[in-house]
Design a protein around this ligand. Sequence first.
Ligand SMILES: Nc1ncnc2c1ncn2[C@@H]1O[C@H](COP(=O)(O)OP(=O)(O)OP(=O)(O)O)[C@@H](O)[C@H]1O
Ligand SMILES: [Mg+2]
Length: 364
Amino acid sequence: MSPSHFEDHSADVSPRLVDPNGTEDEQQLEAALRPKKLADFPGQPRVREQLSLVIEAARRRATPPDHILFSGPPGLGKTSLAMIVASELEAPIRITSGPAIQHAGDLAAILSSLNEGEVLFLDEIHRMARPAEEMLYLAMEDFRVDVIVGKGPGATAIPLELPRFTVVGATTRAGLLPAPLRDRFGFTGHLDYYDAADLADILARNADLLGVPATREGITEIAGRSRGTPRIANRLLRRVRDYAQVHGRHVVDLTSARAALELFDVDDDGLDRLDRAVLEALCRRFGGGPVGLSTLAVAVGEEPDTVETVAEPYLVREGYMIRTPRGRAASPRAWTHLGLRPPDGHFTETFQRDTDDGGGRFTG
Ligand SMILES: Nc1ncnc2c1ncn2[C@@H]1O[C@H](COP(=O)(O)OP(=O)(O)OP(=O)(O)O)[C@@H](O)[C@H]1O
Ligand SMILES: [Mg+2]
């Protein structure tokens, strides 16, 4: 099959309503909905409590707090928390990101212009260039950078004292951070998926901010389909609002939430067309698997990479699909979700064989 055949297919699943990653168009919309204070940030109770302690202690000592790292999957509020830290400290914030710092010089320029107590937000910190990373360790620990003056053999390093500042880093891939960098953060907050009640609180607040009347049932319906992710919840809310307005209902209630999300192909559990196509193929065409990734991908008319990176993470996380040494298999939840019955003895047979194999021989 030609590559363009695949491209045509992936074009109509993207942009996905349930993509946890934000798009550029969304940035302004998101900024408008970001809570400004910790008290307005529902969910993540542990991280919130720990963070509030770190902030309060720093406030009492009247010194900048330790460096802070937020890690966790996309769309759960890392950037929002970074902004909240600065706002709670009433400190100015400088915003940049790993990919924007490709040379140590880029970082030196930023560091040498920081003011006392300023917050330096480094988004996607795991994507910073190595030499810049090394400069950052030193700056975080000793509040010092070596500025290189001149070029070649005549170049000299002039140490420059920095005022005390706080680095707030955010990463979706904490595992990619080199240990020395990770160690320089005095506090790491790991964000996890939200439960439906917290998502409902977020949605209720945002419906208010958007000036859309909403009922509790409408909000709960959206929360249940949002995959534990506030970014997705906000996106679904905007679509339901559109639907309600166009249909002259003007209220986000159960009826408009159900109708809108059906129209946009987001089902009760937050699965979209691609997710369901993968499960359908697994159960109906391959009897529940296990089946190799590339075979499965051909069956749904997608690139293996799309199936693996777009659909699979959520299906595996939620236990619809299992990765076995011999390929992908449907779990009982997949069959139930599709309203199908697995062949008798299917699970014992599938999983028994994997244990016998010792595993690891066939993948993909
Ligand atoms: N606890 C929360 N309360 C209210 N809104 C939230 C919360 N967490 C996230 N949001 C909203 O979800 C959207 C995405 O959040 P944010 O940009 O902070 O996520 P992120 O973790 O930085 O994502 P990424 O990894 O893609 O950078 C924003 O609109 C934000 O307002
Ligand atoms: Mg972010």
